[in-house]
Write a protein that binds this ligand. Sequence first.
Ligand SMILES: [Zn+2]
Length: 87
Amino acid sequence: MAFRKRFAPRRKFCRFCADKDLPLDYKRADILRDFVTERGKIIARRITGTCAHHQRLLTREIKRARQMALLIYTATHDSSVKKKSMI
Ligand SMILES: [Zn+2]
């Protein structure tokens, strides 16, 4: 076989479908942070496994959280990331 599986296959699932109590809300930046990179980019659905419906809601809540300054737009606004890249 030319292509061997390097990783054990792990079923991706939508965290918001699996856990109905998991709040999808701009005020819960701690949860939203799992779905953005450390530079502030929203992680693609194909990577996180979030379903289309919840990814749409998630994107909206992340953008709200950014406006409320709970999440970052880009790393340049975050002094901690800036300092790290300076080293
Ligand atoms: Zn879902």
